[in-house]
Design a protein around this ligand. Structure first.
Ligand code: PGA
Length: 248
């Protein structure tokens, strides 16, 4: 049985004061559900949020990490630094990191391994861009990203990873993949995982859809067979909208 997982990706939004205000409001709205919930915030806000959400069941995640434990890597943050402040999850390979910050399939794999070794749960993002979809290459691209991300990761560790399928053309554009398109791609991801591992392992891995998820379309997306959760950008900034999605 896969537990649904709805995560908010704040990207580079919210000051400390705004994060505090969100947490105070969201805590009053969240009454615990069967759905796992987490907020992926900018680095400076993480310690505040882990404190604010302590004991509530609301998880906290980072949006990026370096794969080395420490070193001369100016501007980077390591797994032990995140662990120390109670961070439970970390995004890896978000399309904005792949597009603007040189994230590659290779660094995605190294980061996933470092997170697993440091006991933080990775949420790995995959997805095709518009040109790739127009060329009909989406399944090839996404299964390639999955194979690279899970390279040399054992069965026991693989089930700790969440996959977020986010078609690049649907992120922040207001364009959502149709529930059928999203479901088909999540199915393709599960088949790739089955090929890499086995049916039992593939069946345990949680696969989210991301890209313009909002209160109005959340339940339709969440009701699709292969979709186990959502990675929500814009709509997760507003506690009222985010709670509606969590309570889909
Ligand atoms: P969006 O972002 O919901 O604003 O489209 C999703 C994401 O990038 O994770």
């Amino acid at each position: 049985m896969r537990i649904p997982f709805i995560a908010g990706n704040w990207k580079m939004y919210k000051t400390m004061a705004e994060a505090r205000e969100f947490a105070a409001k969201f805590k009053t709205l969240y009454h615990g559900t069967d759905v796992k919930t987490a907020v992926f915030a900018p680095f400076p806000q993480l310690a505040l949020l882990t404190k604010q959400f302590e004991g509530t069941g609301i998880g906290v995640g980072a949006q990026n990490v370096h794969f080395e434990k420490e070193g001369a890597f100016t501007g980077e943050v390591s797994v032990p630094m995140l662990k120390e402040i109670g961070v439970e999850y970390c995004l890896v390979g978000h399309s904005e990191r792949r597009q603007y910050f040189g994230e590659t399939d290779e660094t995605v794999n190294l980061k996933i391994k470092a997170l697993l070794a440091g006991d933080i749960l990775p949420v790995v993002c995959v997805g095709e861009n518009l040109q790739e979809r127009e060329e009909g290459a989406e399944e090839k691209i996404v299964s390639g990203q999955i194979k690279a991300a899970f390279k040399d990761i054992c069965h026991e560790d693989a089930v700790k990873i969440t996959v977020a399928y986010e078609p690049v053309w649907a992120i922040g554009t207001g364009k959502t993949a149709t529930p059928e398109q999203a479901n088909q791609m999540c199915f393709c991801i599960r088949m790739t995982l089955k090929e890499l591992y086995d049916e039992e392992t593939a069946d345990k891995i949680v696969i989210q859809y991301g890209g313009s998820v909002k209160p109005e379309n959340a339940s339709e997306i969440m009701n699709m067979e292969e979709i186990d959760g959502a990675l929500v950008g814009g709509a997760s900034l507003d506690p009222l909208k985010f709670i509606e999605i969590v309570n889909f």
